[in-house]
Design a protein around this ligand. Sequence first.
Ligand SMILES: [Zn+2]
Length: 174
Amino acid sequence: MQRDHIPAEVKRAVLVEAGHRCAIPTCRATTTEIAHIDPWAKSNDNSFENLIALCPNCHTRFDQKKEIDQQSIRMYKQNLSILNNRYGEFERRLFEILAKSGERVFVVGVGGDILVANAVKDGFFEDKHVEGMWLEIVGDNGYQKKFPMSFTFWVTDAGVEFIRRYASGVDISS
Ligand SMILES: [Zn+2]
């Protein structure tokens, strides 16, 4: 089998897993290559489990310069799969943004409570119930309800720790 004969559907799955970005959380560059976690020459393994999306720069730092070790790359791969299974796209982007900014408070608009519901359930974000704007719906039949137009969330200590672990490629499974 040739090195470059990675089946198209496997390539696609590896790119989708990483959101068509470099799998390293602090990088996330949009130019991607497919890298072998266990080197092809040694493993002859073109399976999904042995492949990860990296940008050319991180690929070189891993493959050639050995600045990023195999253990770390395995952890990035494992964390990706956990994140993809447990959190939505919005939450994953939020983790990245918060990892970079270090912010402890953020405001989201209508429906924002739904978009971060999994992270709230896991105790990473907490609704501070800050008074903002409300949308009042009044129906002909006497139905009346107020919906918040914005939500203010606090990143809990557990959230800060989770984001730190995710960004630095430490196991997030526990
Ligand atoms: Zn990268």
